[in-house]
Design a protein around this ligand. Structure first.
Ligand code: TRP
Length: 332
């Protein structure tokens, strides 16, 4: 709890390639979220280095991620937006929580198993304890809710287990957080394989529309979207490709499926795909414009980072201080 509001905490990887799925399913609704919750959004550069990064690229992406979230409407006056490595309490609490986490528990994490297969040449201890740093992120802010994708739910559950274990030994230390898994109803599917979720790491570039794709690219990708051999634009079982395009069109225009069917009666898929591409490009144009303007002013972004880090530190310091005291660390 923070004053009268519940605390929401979310970590975002420093990569500039967010998709329209991220935008429509989550980011676009952030401003509604901040009415209900005290929200923290953290660019997790320390998590990023669990796999090898090019330093110049990591730095660039950290700025870009902050700018992109702000361009999508995340208001830094209403939310705490900051970079993980700017608040040293994260790494410190992670060490302490390492001592309250089982080797077996970490071995069972599916992301660790997946990533150690994918990066077999670099299975480092950081990759293994990644969920402990994530638990530290969450617990430092006495978080009530953690909005995550389904792939991160297991990590939030581990975080709860760690917090409960700690609280059992040292009562009343941490708030126990709840994961909030985004509704599958708002799922945007891949344009190349509409039975699969649109994923920013898809190897087929035509499958994914990124928030920062230019107009021509967006229209070309929609033109190539996989559909079916039917010809009429209707929402129906078995028409995954068209259903997905209709969902996207509906999200951008606010029109219902019936309205869309009526609008495109007598039109072929070609016309419809072009229309989807156009509404998407039109909607993203102001976001992109704002993004590029924000990125031009590095000093302003840095000032933003500093303000966010100062806000976050205030809460982080309080929790870490409490933990250290409970553990018996000498205060000087
Ligand atoms: N692991 C998350 C991801 O890959 C990012 C993350 C880091 C996070 N710390 C967090 C998410 C804390 C929620 C809360 O998406």
């Amino acid at each position: 709890m923070f004053q009268d509001r519940l605390v929401s905490y979310s970590g975002v990887q420093p990569s500039g390639n967010l998709t329209i799925g991220n935008y429509l399913g989550a980011i676009r609704n952030f401003s509604l979220y901040s009415e209900k919750y005290k929200c923290f959004y953290c660019v997790v550069d320390e998590h990023a280095i669990t796999v090898r990064q090019n330093p110049a690229e990591l730095r660039r992406r950290t700025y870009e991620t902050l700018a992109l979230y702000m361009a999508c409407g995340l208001d830094p006056e209403k939310n705490t937006l900051y970079v993980q490595s700017h608040v040293h309490e994260h790494a410190e609490l992670a060490w302490i929580l390492n001592c309250f986490t089982g080797f077996g528990e970490l071995s069972r994490m599916t992301q660790f198993k997946d990533k150690s297969q994918k990066h077999a040449d670099n299975i480092n201890a950081g990759l293994f304890t990644y969920p402990v740093l994530m638990a530290a992120d969450i617990l430092l802010y006495q978080t009530d809710v953690v909005p995550v994708g389904i792939d991160q739910k297991q990590h939030v559950e581990l975080c709860r287990d760690i917090a409960e274990r700690f609280n059992q030994i040292h009562p009343d230390t941490f708030t126990i957080p709840e994961p909030i898994v985004s509704k599958s109803g708002m799922k945007i599917m891949s344009l190349a394989d509409p039975t699969k979720k649109m994923s920013k790491s898809d190897e087929n570039a035509n499958a994914v529309v990124y928030i920062l794709d230019d107009r021509d690219t967006i229209i070309r990708k929609f033109k190539r979207a996989v559909t079916d051999s039917d010809t009429s634009v209707r929402f129906a079982e078995g028409k995954d490709g068209i259903n997905n395009l209709m969902t996207i069109y509906s999200c951008f225009t606010g029109k219902t499926m019936e309205e869309i069917e009526r609008e495109f009666e007598g039109h072929g898929y070609g016309d419809f795909k072009l229309a989807v591409g156009e509404v998407c490009a039109d909607a993203l144009a102001p976001v992109q414009e704002k993004f590029h303007a924000l990125l031009k002013d590095k000093a302003a972004l840095e000032a933003q980072m500093k303000k966010g880090a100062e806000e976050a530190s205030y809460y982080a310091r309080r929790t870490l201080g409490k933990v250290q005291k409970k553990l018996g660390f000498v205060k000087i």
